[in-house]
Structures are given as structure tokens and as C-alpha cells.
Design a protein around this ligand. Sequence first.
Ligand code: NDP
Length: 482
Amino acid sequence: MPFDYAPAPESRAIVDIKASYGLFIGGEFTDATDGTPFKTISPSSEEVLAEVSEAGPSDVDRAVKAARRAYTGVWGRLAPAERGKYLYRIARIVQERARELAVLESLDNGKPIRESRDVDVPTAAAHFFYYAGWADKLDYAGLGPAPRPLGVAGQIIPWNFPLLMLSWKIAPALAAGNTVVLKPAETTPLTALLFAEICQQADLPPGVVNIVTGAGETGRALVEHPDVDKVAFTGSTEVGRAIARAIAGTPKKATLELGGKAANIVFDDAPIDQAVEGIVNGIFFNQGHVCCAGSRLLVQENVYDEVLDSLRRRLGTLRLGDPLDKNTDIGAINSAAQLARIRELSDVGESEGAQRWSPPCELPEHGFWFPPTLFTGAGQSSRIAQEEIFGPVLTVLTFRTPEEAVAKANNTPYGLSAGVWTEKGSRILWMAGRLRAGVVWANTFNRFDPTSPFGGYKESGFGREGGRQGLAAYLTRGGPGA
Ligand code: NDP
């Protein structure tokens, strides 16, 4: 007999959302001089949360100048161990204000509080702790003695993990001695602005971190600013390409973390119940708004019925609704535009002949929602098997042999991640050596750790974030004469 869950909403009283926010430049909140303010809404209710400034080119210029002053001034002169202390302080404040950050993230992004509370915020703090430890050990980063920072980093992040992507960008940049100007996504600026307050609380020297809010044009102004030494971007392959074009022929360094269409591969000897949990986590975590989401399920043909029956049963138990309810598994789609894209690609899936299935699922009246969805019977070349949908939509395909699994998994323009489910260690190693993916998970999925490098092949971009490799992306070789 099914039982109902009583509502368990997290209180939003802990967060003080201001009516309007300025830009964070040179350690202070300041008005934008040339942009039109925009509103950020809660995607689960469409309620306006705050008005946010749009940074125009002259604001971006002010932010880059503030970052340059800090780089050549106080931050550049600071002993590395002292830089590390600031990062530890930020990490501790992120922990102390974890609940506030989690509630704000769920309000602005639409993700379930269970995920912002248990994944996004703790992992963000872990990145600051991890890179804090590196600040005075850069000689051991594998770049020779006394490697040098690059200078001012322009960093552009997407809306799917706003605070976590900020920490992936800011923590290694600062540990390596750079200063930064960061642009959060237009639909999710609020945790970056709260992070700006955290920088003030930590007494971080003015100009070391600058936050400029705005849309694509603000990002473009930052990328094209002549005094930016390094561009770090996470987002769509299309914008990544535009950035690569814009900086070609300049001395700017770049790391581009782009899209993905990961294969989650289930062999017949895998523990099926465990694999089904991994499939659900792989594609329905964060509503599928995950660049490394396991959006293509490859099941060995002889266990197809068993896996699909079990998966359908499990999807029937997922709870969709209020992101602030602690029982919620699936929150809101981040924006009307993203919802339109998910609907369009799902319709294409049906028109190309695939069968669509969702569990019975009541969608709230307001806000942007999409039910967990499976497509079976899709062709290898169909758009739902090739393109990043970036939503809670799983395309199921089959294979017979390990060779076929590898061929199908690699049949995509992307190469960010993959998952393998099997009892055999030798098969895991055999597969991992052949899969063209930056990350291969074995008997798990969507695991993130600051010590582990993350990044892709092919159209998933280049460069690595996390670990020692992520630090190297913000350093240049030192040594004699450097
Ligand atoms: P974008 O790539 O447009 O957004 C990523 C970031 O880049 C945002 O901060 C965005 O600003 C900014 N930006 C946009 N245009 C430019 C530009 N010309 N120069 C510099 N910065 C720019 O992704 P979208 O939000 O438009 O999402 C579109 C699709 O991209 C999704 O449907 C999904 O498939 C994919 N995507 C993939 C992500 C990943 O991690 N792999 C993350 C996000 C999206 P703003 O948000 O204000 O427009």
C-alpha cells in the first residue's frame, strides 16, 4: 500500500534576499553604469526574487582594472601561505553559511534542497579547502620550481550548479595567485552575489574576486577584454566555440568545459538494483541539467526487460515538486527557455519513431516542470541519441558485446563522461581504456571530488578542472629565468 509523505519544507527565513543587487567590484557593491537591470525568478513558482544589475562594457572594464590592481598589488605581494589562509577562511564561512546558501540556490535554480544541501554546497566548500592546501605547495604542482600565476582570469559559469561551478573556477585561480572577474549565468546570479558577501566577511583584499552579473553580452565583453589573461568557461559547445574564435590569435589561455551525451553502460552481470539507482542518479539528478549526465543508457540485450521493468518501477517512486521540500527528488526546470528546448527535443524523439514513457506524475500549476521521461526504440543516429537535451530525459539503447558497447558509447561528438556497470574488474579496465571520455565511473555515477580532474574530449572541450591538473590551468611554468 503506497504511503504519502507529509510536506517537509525547509524554511526560507534563513535567507535575506535583497530587493536589488549591484555589481561586486573592488571589494564593494556598486551600481552598474551602463546596463539595464533584470529580474531573477524562482523557476518553481515564477516569483520574482530580486532585481540584478547588468554589467556593460565599461563595468566589465572597471572590474578587470580592479582585478589587475589587486594582482599587481596586495595579492601579488602576499606570501603563498597567507593566500591559503584566505581560502581556508572562505571555506569555513561557506560551511557556516551552508544552509543559507543551499536555500538560496534551490530558490534561484529550482534544484531540490536535498541536492543543494548535500552535494552542491559541501562540494563547493571542499574545493576551497582542497585548493587552500595547494597555495604554498605550487612548486610540487608538476610545473617546475616557482610556477607563476597567469594574471587576471575571466570566468563564465552556467546555471546548473551556480555555486559549485563558482568554486571550481575561483578556488584554483586564487590558490595559484591569480585574481578573477566572474560572470554567473543570467538566471542564477544570487549565490554568486552571496559569495561576494562572503569575500567581504573573509576580509579578502579588494579586487581579488569581482562578480559582474548580466547575460551573454556581459560574458562576451569579459572574454574580449584585452587585459584578461585567461578565460575559463563552462557552458554550451556553441558558446564555447564562439569564445575559442574570439580569443584565437591572442595570448589568452583558455579552458572550456562544454556539453556531453554520456553513455551509462549496464552489462548483464551487473547488480541490477544498484545499477538502476545509478541510472536514476545519472540522469535525474539535478533534473538532468548536468553536463556529464548519463543521458544514454546502453543495456546489454539479455537483461533489457529486467532493467527496464525495474527502472520504470523506480521512476514511479520519484517525487517531483517544491524544491524546498526535503522529500523532493525532482525540482523545477531552470528556465522557460530550457523547458522549451527539452519539450522540442522530446517531440523530435517521438516524431523520429521512439516510444516515450513517463510515470504518472502531477506537475505543479506554476513554474517550469518536466516529468522524468524514458525513450525506447530510438535509433543510434536519432537526435535524442546524439544531442544534449539537458533535462530529465533518458534515451535507452541496447548492445550485445563489449565491442558493440564501446562503439555505440563513442558514437557521439562529445566525450565528457561514461559509466560502466559490471561485476568484473577486468572488464571495467578494458572498457575504461577504450571509452573516449574524460571521466569513466565504474559501478557509480556523478561522483565529484576536488582531488579528481574533470574535463572532456572532442566537443566536450579541453582543459581539466579539479586536482593538480586544475591548478596547472592557472599557472605557467616557472624555473630559471622565469
Ligand atoms: P550558454 O553556454 O549560453 O551559457 C553559459 C554561460 O555563458 C552563461 O553565463 C551565459 O550567460 C554565458 N554566455 C552566453 N553567451 C556568451 C558569449 N557570447 N560570450 C561569453 N559568455 C556567454 O548556455 P545556455 O544557458 O544558453 O544553455 C543552452 C544549452 O547549453 C543548454 O540547453 C544545454 O544543452 C547547454 N549547457 C550545457 C552546460 C554544461 O555544463 N555542459 C551548462 C549550461 C548549458 P547567460 O546565462 O546570462 O546567457
